[in-house]
Every structure is written in structure tokens, then in C-alpha cells.
Design a protein around this ligand. Structure first.
Ligand SMILES: NC(=O)c1ccc[n+]([C@@H]2O[C@H](COP(=O)([O-])OP(=O)(O)OC[C@H]3O[C@@H](n4cnc5c(N)ncnc54)[C@H](O)[C@@H]3O)[C@@H](O)[C@H]2O)c1
Length: 330
């Protein structure tokens, strides 16, 4: 398979933490314009060597520790990868691009709506919403966003920042709610849900997120921030009702079989009640629109997980199963 942008050389740097998986890259690994490098974004020497070797004009910065629950138990890992790692990339880009025409370069920082904190029953996050992160994960991403803006102001680094709502879709590590529920339903095992499942998230299919990022790369204005969300608001319980109905249909199970596995567990400390995104800037200025409705996107996601059991088996190893048991006591 040839990745999008066939005229572009793509170098994918990843530390392959528990969340990274070479099997997820099988479809592009032999593409002529693609190279994988196993490494850590905190390793400034490595990043500088890669800049010298490939003369990058673009950085799309996805790498992060991303799971809120893990950030509650190991916040320093999040400071390292999300803050120090981001600064290391910024530093290398700044040094490499200082003598080139920076208008040809772009540092796209992929961030989250969680930097804005939590909403009540109404309202949406806008580009004017003040930062108010409430978990160590959100705080580390907020700190990274501030560093990206500081490099733009202080060193004229050509940056664009994206703050996106909750993603779902294929290849997602089954610690996030949707793949976790699918995996547990497949195994007829309890599906842990915090408190009474009333927390609301604004769900977006990962391909719609990536389309938004591609638009920002091509047409986004330097120094700008774009919020990405598909108006897919749903309570966790509402989402699971929709998802598990699809799982039962796809597995030819009696209706309600998977729903009966839902098990309410003690709430996450500081659990943000609601997120919702106002994506009007991205829509009006860059012409973005999501292509997946939540119902259709969930169905293709369920079908993907059912068709990719070897991938699931590989990521559901003993270490992860033990983690699940410790985390949720289920
Ligand atoms: N998943 C979501 O709902 C969502 C929503 C908005 C924004 N984001 C952001 O998108 C990005 C990707 O999220 P995800 O859900 O795919 O995360 P993930 O945790 O599933 O994957 C993170 C990837 O980064 C790699 N990585 C972690 N630390 C690294 C380091 N120090 N050096 C190099 N590689 C490292 C991991 O090996 C893994 O491949 C993150 O920056 C996250 O904050 C995610």
C-alpha cells in the first residue's frame, strides 16, 4: 500500500510503548516512501540526527502517553514523553529550520480537548476557552501546547495546534472505552464503566481526525489553533448501548447479551463530566466536515475488531490483562 502523499518521504518515529504496535503498520511497512525508526522523542541526539539525515520540512507530532487512568498512577511518564518529548522535537525543528525558508516548514502539534478541563450540562469548548486541565494527562498536554506556542512567539517556529475530542476506530489499543467494550463483549467478560456512565464525550472517527490534520497541514495558517470534533456527543452509557447492540447484531447474539456485561465501578478521581467541541473555525476556514456518523462509524469499527482477532490477541497480552484486573477489579 502507498500512503497518502506519495510524493512525500515519511519517517515514522515511535518508541513502541505498550500502546505502539508494529502489527498496526503492516499495510504501509513496505511502501517505497515510508521508513520506520524505533526511538524516543526525548532523545534529542537521535531527533537531530534524523533531521540532518532527512531534511524534514514537516513534523506531525502524535507521540504521547495518552491514557488518563495511567496518568493518575504514573504522572512523571507523562511529563517525560508529553512535555520533555515535545520540547525536544521543537528544539530540533528550530535548529534545523533556522537557516531555511520557514514558510516551507510546518510543525503540527496534535493535542486534545482535555486541556480545557470539564464542561457542565451545556456549552462547548471554543478556541477562546481558557486552559483548565484537571488530570495529569491533560496537564502534560496543556504544558506541551504552551511550549509549542512559546516556540512560535519566541523563535518564529511555524506551528499549528490541533485540539481534538475523543477518537475511536480501528487499531485503537483496547484500554480506551470503545475497543475495551468490544474486547470484553467478545470474551463475555465484565465491561467496566465508571460511576453510572453519565459522563459525556464528543466522539470522532479517527479518519475524520486525520482528514482534519491533513487540511491543517496543507491550508492551516501559521500560529493558528483548530478545534476538531464531530458533534458526536454521547454519555458513556448511551454510547455503550449503541455499541453493544451492534456487537450483538454482528455476532448473531440475542439482543441485550453484551449489555448485561456492563459493570459499574468506582469513579475515576477528578473525572471530567463533559466535553463538547465547537469546530466551526475548522469547518468555515478549512472546509472540513466529518464523513462518519457515530452509528455508522461504530459499526465499521466493530466489524474491524471482529475481522482482526490476531491483532487483538497480540495486544491483549498477559501484562495488559493483569493491568486491567488491577485497574478495575473486574
Ligand atoms: N485517542 C484520542 O481520543 C485522542 C484525542 C485527541 C488527541 N489525541 C492525541 O493524539 C495523539 C495520539 O493518540 P493515541 O490515542 O493514538 O495514543 P496512543 O497512546 O494509542 O499511542 C501513542 C503512540 O505514541 C508512542 N509514544 C509514546 N511515547 C513516546 C515517546 N516518548 N517517543 C516516541 N513515541 C512515543 C507510542 O508507542 C504509541 O505508538 C496523542 O498526542 C494524543 O494526545 C488522542
Amino acid at each position: 500500500m502507498v500512503p497518502r502523499f506519495p510524493e512525500t518521504t515519511i519517517v515514522n518515529l515511535d518508541k513502541l510503548t505498550y500502546a505502539g504496535n508494529l502489527q498496526s503498520l503492516r499495510t504501509i511497512e513496505s511502501a517505497p516512501n515510508y521508513t520506520f525508526v524505533h526511538g524516543d522523542i526525548c532523545d534529542l541526539d537521535l531527533i537531530q540526527r534524523l533531521f540532518a539525515q532527512y531534511n524534514f520540512t514537516t513534523v506531525v507530532h502524535f507521540a504521547a502517553e495518552s491514557h488518563v487512568d495511567r496518568s493518575i498512577h504514573a504522572p512523571i511518564d507523562f511529563v517525560k514523553s508529553n512535555v520533555e518529548g515535545t520540547v525536544s522535537l521543537l528544539q530540533a525543528a528550530r535548529a534545523a529550520w533556522s537557516n531555511s525558508d520557514q514558510r516551507q516548514c510546518r510543525f503540527l502539534h496534535v493535542s486534545t480537548d482535555e486541556v480545557f478541563g470539564a464542561l457542565g450540562a451545556s456549552g462547548k469548548f471554543t478556541i477562546d476557552t481558557h486552559y483548565a486541565p484537571r488530570s495529569p494527562y491533560a496537564a502534560s498536554k496543556a504544558a506541551a501546547d504552551h511550549f509549542v506556542r512559546a516556540y512560535a512567539t519566541t523563535y518564529d517556529l511555524p506551528v499549528v495546534i490541533s485540539n481534538c475530542s475523543n477518537n475511536y476506530g480501528p487499531y485503537q489499543f483496547p484500554e480506551k472505552l470503545i475497543p475495551l467494550a468490544i474486547v470484553r463483549a467478545l470474551e463475555m467478560a465484565p465491561i467496566p464503566v465508571y460511576s453510572r456512565g453519565e459522563n459525556v464525550r464528543d466522539w470522532l472517527h479517527v479518519e475524520d481526525h486525520c482528514e482534519a490534520l491533513a487540511l491543517m497541514l496543507r491550508q492551516g495558517l501559521n500560529g493558528e489553533t483548530y478545534l476538531v470534533g464531530g458533534s458526536g456527543e454521547c454519555s458513556n452509557l448511551g454510547l455503550l448501548r449503541l455499541l453493544l447492540t451492534i456487537v450483538d447484531e454482528e455476532l448473531d447474539r440475542p439482543a441485550g447479551t453484551s449489555l448485561s456485561l456492563i459493570t459499574f465501578v468506582k469513579d475515576r478521581p477528578g473525572h471530567d463530566f463533559r466535553y463538547a467541541i465547537d469546530a466551526s473555525k475548522l469547518i468555515t476556514e478549512l472546509g472540513w466536515e466529518p464523513n462518519h456518523t457515530l452509528a455508522a462509524g461504530l459499526r465499521t469499527t466493530v466489524k474491524w475488531y471482529l475481522a482482526n482477532r490476531p491483532w487483538l490477541k497480540a495486544v491483549m497480552d498477559e501484562t495488559y490483562r493483569t493491568y486491567l484486573q488491577t485497574q478495575y477489579s473486574v
